[in-house]
Each structure stands twice: as structure tokens, then as C-alpha cells.
Ligand binder design. Structure first.
Ligand SMILES: Nc1nc2c(ncn2[C@@H]2O[C@H](COP(=O)(O)OP(=O)(O)OP(=O)(O)O)[C@@H](O)[C@H]2O)c(=O)[nH]1
Ligand SMILES: [Mg+2]
Length: 457
């Protein structure tokens, strides 16, 4: 299988855009040629890929050891699965990552369908899946890899181990060895602080999930406002049919996109209006359903047609409630976009001074797109959590599961009156953290007991 892979790599590298030949690196079996190809296995939802690049080999500067080690570890591809060669010009470039300083823009991408690998093994090393690597995801993954979340968990684990050791010491030596007063109270207060910290962190978990899977951004508005044009503009591909005929889009069309550095699932929807035929009505029903699930609504109106009944109806039924907050207290995020600004008189007054804050855009000319992307970046940073500023968020279900298990066990600790059961709850809690951080063995507990108390001496 590797021979086949390398043949493809070498063939890609020998193409017209890649004058340099390749040699195999990392596994010891050379591929004819004098240069060197570095590739990186990467993965994402549903498929993964291999990205190839020619390293910038300076005479006294070999490719980084990281690269070579990764090549040696590419063990997820199995011979039974076929490789799909995506030829130029569909290269995914540039291949510039902080961890691979020697790799130049990629020569080829070998996409590998239906990979059943654990994405977390590869994403975040600067080698993410070629179609799913918005900056925010990459930053978040790098921060997790660099250990920010790890440091946090290790800190919690240390606190918990100490509390457990002190409770154990109290049970085993409390009467005979005259442990200092307040040992239990101290453990209780540390556990309470830990509960607060874990609870706060877990509340961020949904944001982490959005960062991993993409925020749901729904484009909605009255017919003919330019919703599909906007979806095509943001996704930079013709996802939806655009036509001057109102009611062109009738179903929900989804496309994954990188929106201002954040991963998002962008949905185009049918124009909201009453009294259309049954097919369009079904489209409208689906659009409304999708709106309810949106993390962020991109509400699009025709700036030159704000007084039409469909525009007014949309403002009343979708835009106003989102701004005012829903009955259950969760107001939906919404960005109001007035499209077709090119149809307004140049330099004229704002067409709608009484509307809530809005952005003027022309999908036709692209004017206003930068402002929209900046507004999207701010909104999505709120929705997903901005990995460059906020605390590291939980993007992995496994971490979330164990932190929740730890928190539940701490809840039992605080509730039970039986000291033996309380210690068992702490042990359980520590076990959950150990699944993330490792450690948590008996030696650690004993070390703390003998360090902190004058027992058995
Ligand atoms: N002048 C101008 N025309 C635009 C602009 N954006 C879209 N259009 C035109 O408006 C018409 C409708 O655009 P669509 O993107 O199909 O609108 P839609 O909201 O998806 O329409 P439905 O799917 O029917 O609800 C098309 O003829 C577009 O070319 C714009 O910024 N300026
Ligand atoms: Mg449309």
C-alpha cells in the first residue's frame, strides 16, 4: 500500500507544477529522485487526507524531526481502502504550519474517503484535515496539544489527590497520630473549589463542541433578498442556484465553511413567505425549523425593498424576536444584513435608520464583505469560544465525559455523611481525572500522606 501511495506522491511531485522529484523520507525506503517529499496524514469528519509538500531543504538544515516522526507513525491507512488522487489545481495550499517550518505549499492532496480514525490523534498538530482546518480549530487544538487544558486538569488532579490523601490519613491515623486540626475542613473546602472550577469549565463544553463540529449558521430572509448569493459568496463556491425568480431555493442546503477562521455549517433556506404552493410551503416549514436550531442567524433583506410585506413580516417574526430574547430567556444571535446596497443611491442616507444595528452589503460587488466577516468573527468567537483569548475549551467528548464523572463523584462526596463512602467518592473522582491526566496511583497518595503528616515515624 505504501508503495502505491508513494507512487502517487511521486507522480504528483513530478507534475508540471512540481519540477522537483521526490524521495521517500522517514521509512527508509527511497523513492527515485533527489529532493524530499514530506507528507502529513491528517483527518477530520468522515474522511482524512494526506498532504504532500516539498521541504525547503537548506544545505545545513534538515527537515524537522517532528516531520520524520509523523511519517513513521502514519499507520491508519489500510490496504483495503482506496486512495483518491485529487489532481491539480485542487491543491490545498498553503501548507504553512508553525510546527513544520520546512514544508512549502503542498503539491498534492491525496484524499482518503471514509477514514475511521480518531481525528484527535492528528488534528491539532498543524496537520489538520485539508478541508477542515479553520484557524480557530487549529489554535484550539494546538493549545490543547501544548497542554493548556492538560495543565488545568493536572492542577485539578493534584488538588484532588491531596484531598483524598488527607481524608485517607484522617481515616487511618486520625486518632492515633494526632493529625493537625482542620484536615477534613481543609479537604472539604478544596473539594468545593474544585466543584466550582469543574462546573464552570463544563458549562463551556457546548462551545468547545461547536468549535470542533462547526457552528450552525442559518441564512434566512424573504424571497429574492440574495440569501443564496450570500451563501455562495461566503463559501466561495456555487452551492445554491441564484435567479431573479422569487422562491428559487426550496430546500435547506448545507455547506461546511471556514467563516472568519471559525468552522461553520452554513445553511441556505427558502425565502420566508406565506401563500406559496405546497412545495415552497414545505421549504418554508423546513427553513423555520432550521432557524430554531441556529447558533447564529444571518438575516438577509433586500436594502432596496425594505417596505415590502415579506420584508416587514420577516422583520416582525424573525428579526425582532431574536433581538428581544425568546420566552425561555435564550435570545438567538442574529446579524442583520441589508443586501443589494449597490441599488441604493450612492452616498445616500441609511435606508433604515430605525432598524436594529445592521450591515450593508452587496453580494454583486462585494462591498461590505470585510465588515460582515469581521462581525461574523466576533459573533462566532462568542458562539464557539475564542481559543486565542478564552480558557481552553473542551472539544473532546471523552474529556467532557470524565470531567462530568468527576464532578458527579464530588457531589456524592459532599452529600454523604459516612467518611468511608466520602473517601470512595473522592477515589472515583480522582479515577475520572486520571483517565485524562494519567497518574492517580496509591504511591501518589502515600507520598502526600508521609510528606504532609508526621505519621508512622
Ligand atoms: N443588484 C444586486 N442584485 C443581487 C445582489 N445579490 C443578489 N442579487 C440578485 O438578486 C436575485 C436573487 O438572488 P438570490 O441569491 O437567488 O436570492 P434568494 O434570497 O436566495 O432568493 P430565493 O431563493 O428565491 O428566496 C438574483 O437575480 C441575484 O443576482 C446584490 O447585491 N445586488
Ligand atoms: Mg435562494
Amino acid at each position: 500500500m505504501w508503495r502505491g501511495l508513494w507512487t502517487l506522491v511521486a507522480r504528483a511531485a513530478r507534475g508540471p507544477r512540481s519540477p522537483r522529484p521526490c524521495t521517500r523520507q522517514g521509512s527508509g525506503v527511497p523513492v527515485p529522485g533527489s529532493g524530499a517529499t514530506i507528507f502529513a496524514l491528517s483527518s477530520g469528519h468522515g474522511r482524512c487526507g494526506i498532504r504532500c509538500g516539498i521541504p525547503d531543504l537548506k544545505p545545513d538544515s534538515p527537515p524537522s524531526a517532528n516531520v520524520l516522526r509523523l511519517i513513521g507513525s502514519c499507520r491508519f491507512l489500510t490496504p483495503s481502502r482506496s486512495l483518491l488522487h485529487v489532481p491539480p489545481p485542487r491543491f490545498r495550499t498553503p501548507l504553512s504550519t508553525p510546527r513544520l517550518p520546512h514544508v512549502l505549499p503542498g503539491l498534492a492532496v491525496l484524499c482518503y474517503p471514509e477514514a475511521q480514525t480518531d481525528p484527535s490523534r492528528w488534528s491539532g498538530r498543524g496537520l489538520n484535515h485539508p478541508h477542515a482546518q479553520p484557524m480557530a480549530q487549529r489554535r484550539q487544538a494546538l493549545r490543547q496539544l501544548d497542554g493548556e487544558l492538560g495543565h488545568l486538569c493536572h492542577g485539578w488532579a493534584r488538588t484532588l489527590t491531596k484531598a483524598l490523601a488527607h481524608v485517607e490519613a484522617y481515616i487511618d491515623f486520625g486518632e492515633d497520630d494526632n493529625l493537625e486540626e482542620g484536615v477534613l475542613e481543609q479537604a472539604n473546602s478544596e473539594v468545593r473549589e474544585l466543584q466550582l472550577a469543574l462546573g464552570a469549565h463544563l458549562r463551556d463544553a457546548r462551545r468547545g463542541q461547536r468549535l470542533r463540529s462547526g457552528a450552525h449558521v442559518v441564512v434566512a430572509g424573504p424571497p429574492n433578498a440574495g440569501k443564496s448569493s450570500l451563501v455562495n459568496l461566503l463559501s466561495r463556491k456555487p452551492v445554491s442556484i441564484v435567479s431573479p425568480e422569487p422562491g428559487t431555493t426550496r430546500d435547506v442546503l448545507e455547506t461546511p465553511v471556514d467563516l472568519a477562521g471559525f468552522p461553520a455549517l452554513l445553511s441556505d433556506t427558502a425565502g420566508l413567505r406565506e401563500g406559496a404552493g405546497p412545495v415552497e410551503q414545505e421549504g418554508v416549514r423546513r427553513a423555520r425549523e432550521r432557524l430554531e436550531q441556529a447558533d447564529l442567524i444571518l438575516a438577509v433583506l433586500d436594502a432596496s425593498d425594505l417596505a415590502s410585506p415579506s420584508s416587514c413580516n420577516f422583520l416582525d417574526t424573525v428579526v425582532a424576536p431574536a433581538g428581544a430574547g425568546s420566552p425561555n430567556g435564550n435570545s438567538q444571535r442574529l446579524l442583520l444584513v441589508l443586501n443589494k446596497s449597490d441599488l441604493l443611491p450612492p452616498g445616500g442616507p441609511d435606508p433604515s435608520p430605525n432598524l436594529r444595528p445592521h450591515l450593508l452589503l452587496s453580494c454583486l460587488t462585494g462591498e461590505g464583505l470585510d465588515g460582515l466577516l469581521e462581525a461574523l468573527r466576533k459573533e462566532l468567537a462568542e458562539v464557539c469560544g475564542d481559543p486565542s483569548t478564552g480558557p481552553p475549551v473542551l472539544t473532546r467528548a471523552r474529556h467532557q465525559h470524565h470531567l462530568q464523572g468527576c464532578l458527579d463523584a464530588l457531589g456524592h462526596y459532599t452529600q454523604t455523611k459516612d467518611l468511608a463512602l466520602a473517601a470512595e467518592a473522592l477515589r472515583l473522582a480522582r479515577g475520572h481525572l486520571a483517565r485524562i491526566t494519567g497518574g492517580g496511583g496509591t504511591e501518589e497518595i502515600l507520598d502526600i500522606i508521609f510528606r504532609d503528616f508526621c505519621v508512622g515515624k
